[in-house]
Design a protein around this ligand. Structure first.
Ligand code: ADP
Ligand code: MG
Length: 317
C-alpha cells in the first residue's frame, strides 16, 4: 500500500501499533501534543518533537532565515503550551547542504534564540550533519507541569464549550498572500507576519491548565477541521461548530474579500495558527482571551452549523 492511501494519521497508528506500547505506569506516549513522563516531587516532564523540511514546510527563497529560526522553535514550544506546560529547554538538529551561506545560518540562529528567550528555554543540545538535498530542521522541546495539570486531547466531555484563544486563518491567508503574490498592503503584510512568526501561547496554556473547568486542549497546527477531530476521536465524542462564531481578524476578512478567498474555509482548514483549541465546562471563566465556537456532543459526528460544506484540515500525505 502506498503511504498516501494510509494517510499521515494511519501511518502514525501503524507506528504506534508496532512500537508504541506497552507504556510504563503514568506515561502518556504517542497521540497527544507531548509525551508526558511522571517525575518525583509531583511534577511531570513534557517532551515533543517536530521537523521542518525545505520544500515541504518552507521555501528558502521565501522565508527570511531569522523568521525560519523563530518559527522552528515556536511551532515546537506551541506543543508544550498545548499541554499547559512551562518550557524548560530544546534540542536543535540540522541537516545542512554544504554550500549554505554562514550569514543565513547566523540569522537563523538569531531567530531561534529570540523565540527560545521568549519562551524562557535555553538550547540544551542537538545534532549537525550535511544534507545532499535541502535543509532539514528537527527540534525537540522539553517542558514541565504539575502532576495532573496537563490537558490532554482525551479530556473533552459532552456539553463542553469548544473554544480558541485567537483569530483563525490568518496564517493560511498569509501563505496564500505569499504564494499568489498578493503582498504590499498593510493587511496582507500582517497576515504574512502571522504565517512566518507564530507566537506560541505559553502563558495562555498555563493559565488554562490552572483553571479547573478546562478539559481537553491542543494547539492548532493543521486547522480546526483536522485538529478538533483529534480531540473528538480521543474523547469519543462529537461536536457542533457554529461557523458564524469563528473569530476572523479584520485584516483577514479584508484580504479575503479583495482576493475572492473563502475566509471560513481558510479559518477551518488552513492550519499553522498555533492558537490553542480547548474545551471547558459551561460557566468556566478562564483568565485568557477566548472565543467559543461550538459545543461537544454525545452524538459522535461533527456538524458545521451555518455551512453546507464539510471541512477537512491540512494532511501531510
Ligand atoms: P502535533 O501536530 O501536535 O505536533 P502530530 O500530528 O505531528 O502532532 O503527531 C501526533 C502524535 O503522533 C504525537 O503524539 C506524535 O508524537 C506522534 N508521532 C508522529 N509521528 C511519529 C513517529 N514517526 N513516531 C512516533 N510517534 C509519532
Ligand atoms: Mg500540537
Amino acid at each position: 500500500m502506498d503511504l498516501k492511501e494510509l494517510g499521515e494519521f494511519g501511518l502514525i497508528e501503524r507506528i504506534k501499533e508496532a512500537l508504541g506500547g506497552p507504556m510504563p505506569d503514568g506515561v502518556l506516549g504517542i497521540g497527544d501534543d507531548c509525551a508526558v513522563l511522571p517525575q518525583a516531587g509531583g511534577m511531570e516532564t513534557l517532551v515533543s518533537t517536530d521537523m521542518l523540511l525545505e520544500g515541504t514546510h518552507f521555501l528558502r527563497g521565501d522565508i527570511p532565515a531569522r523568521l525560519l529560526g523563530w518559527k522552528s522553535a515556536a511551532v515546537n514550544f506551541s506543543d508544550i503550551a498545548a499541554m499547559g506546560g512551562r518550557p524548560v529547554g530544546s534540542f536543535l538538529s540540522l541537516g545542512l547542504p554544504a554550500g549554505l551561506d554562514s550569514d543565513w545560518m547566523d540569522a537563523f540562529l538569531a531567530g531561534y534564540k529570540e523565540c527560545s528567550q521568549y519562551c524562557g528555554a535555553p538550547l540544551l543540545g542537538g545534532d549537525t550533519t550535511t544534507s545532499q538535498d535541502g535543509i532539514a530542521i528537527n527540534v525537540t522541546v522539553v517542558g514541565q507541569c504539575q502532576s495532573g495539570r496537563s490537558r490532554q486531547r482525551s479530556f473533552a466531555v459532552p456539553g463542553d464549550l469548544i473554544c480558541v484563544t485567537g483569530p483563525l486563518g490568518d496564517s493560511a491567508a498569509g501563505l496564500q498572500v505569499i504564494l499568489q503574490g498578493a503582498r504590499g498592503s498593510e493587511a496582507a503584510e500582517a497576515l504574512v507576519q502571522r504565517h512566518y512568526r507564530p507566537v506560541p501561547r505559553i502563558c495562555e496554556g498555563q493559565a488554562l491548565a490552572a483553571t479547573p473547568g478546562v478539559h481537553a486542549m491542543m494547539d492548532i497546527s493543521d486547522g480546526v477541521a483536522s485538529d478538533l477531530r483529534h480531540i473528538l476521536k480521543a474523547s469519543d465524542v462529537g461536536a457542533v461548530v457554529r461557523t458564524e462564531k469563528l473569530p476572523l481578524s479584520a485584516g483577514m476578512r479584508q484580504v479575503c474579500a479583495r482576493q475572492g478567498w473563502d475566509a471560513t474555509t481558510l479559518a477551518l482548514t488552513g492550519g499553522e495558527d498555533y492558537e490553542l483549541l480547548f474545551t471547558m465546562a459551561p460557566g468556566t471563566e478562564p483568565p485568557v482571551e477566548y472565543y467559543a465556537i461550538g459545543t461537544v456532543t454525545e452524538e459522535k459526528n461533527l456538524v458545521w452549523e451555518g455551512s453546507s460544506q464539510d471541512f477537512i484540515g491540512f494532511r501531510h500525505f
